[in-house]
Design a protein around this ligand. Sequence first.
Ligand code: PMP
Length: 407
Amino acid sequence: MSTFPIEHIRADFPILGEKIRNKPLVYLDNAASCQKPQAVIDAIVRTYSHEYANIHRGVHTLSVKATDRFEAAREKVRAFINASSEKEIIFVRGATEAINLVAQSYGKSQFKAGDEIVISAMEHHANIVPWQMLCQQIGTVLRVAPINQQGELLFDEFEKLLNSNTKLVAITHMSNALGSINPVEKIIAAAHAKNIPVLLDGAQAIPHMPVDVQALDCDFYVFSGHKLYGPSGTGVLYGKQALLEAMPPYQGGGDMIRQVTFEKTTYAGLPHKFEAGTPAIAEVIGLGAAIDYVSAIGMDNVAAYEAELLDYATDQAQQIKGLNIIGQAEHKGGILSFTLDHIHPHDIGTMLDSLGIAVRAGHHCAMPVMDFYGVPATARASFAMYNTRQEIDILMQGIKSLIEVFG
Ligand code: PMP
């Protein structure tokens, strides 16, 4: 912990110096969205100030420059997740759009009525609803692998769901509501043994641990830029090239075509086939800057630092009478979801805000998880690499004062 350059990192995030309600900001809502380092802000300002034009269209200098920067960001993403080719990196608006793309392009073209899609009971709505929409459209069937009270996938039950009708496993790498990290290597091995492709929802995992899509051998991997210290409006769909080649376009328009006549249109090759219209140019360039930033720190170092933060926070939380931790998986990322006896999570959120502490209170876009635990909502403190033990102390102190007054 002592070698982690926490003071330098904190100094790189201007917003961390803000005061909220006259108190220093303690930002613990990172699972919803992370704050941005100056390098990302600078990349966006530099693009709009000096290097902005539409991409892939013009021969003029600015367009060429913007295109080069945009495509350089694609290479940064490729290297960051170790994809084998830039053709496998599709820029989208976020994890949500990436999953919808796979459902509507891959699912709609490859699946038929009666085919099954396996998800888990800990999914974010973004990895439930697109599949339900597909089921309504073409008659596929959604199967849900259960979890235990700790918030861990019941692997044997998951495996039992895989059969000759299963056409896809779509599962989260790390749960946003519970922090559970799924045994994705085992999941992929079990699915591949039955020739079933696997989509991993990496929205939560990507900012917290190294991800190597070739080592994992996943078929699709999706994530959002804004949770990786990058701009909102950016996201990535990784797909194995052969799968992406075989998929029809998701949206039609400019940039995704080879030739258009009124009789017939032919499509561009990968990755542009899936990138219709003008993308979030400056933001994608900003995502490239975010990847440079976290890569310089090293995802292994980030993972080790955050694991210590979570252990510390969990220890502290366990000592508070009346605090119930929701989600106690053995393999867990930096998320502490909890309820307090007799105090509604929304009141926890509001009262902590009055102390300058930002946590999320709600169902975390995972209503089935709330149903499973029989709670309407939880309060959730979620950690990033710029958080500190002192901030956790402030959180715990805040919780204790709440309990004293209202508990
Ligand atoms: N999956 C998970 C596990 C998430 O945590 C989120 C964001 N909370 C999403 C998907 C959706 O991401 P976005 O809203 O950025 O598309």
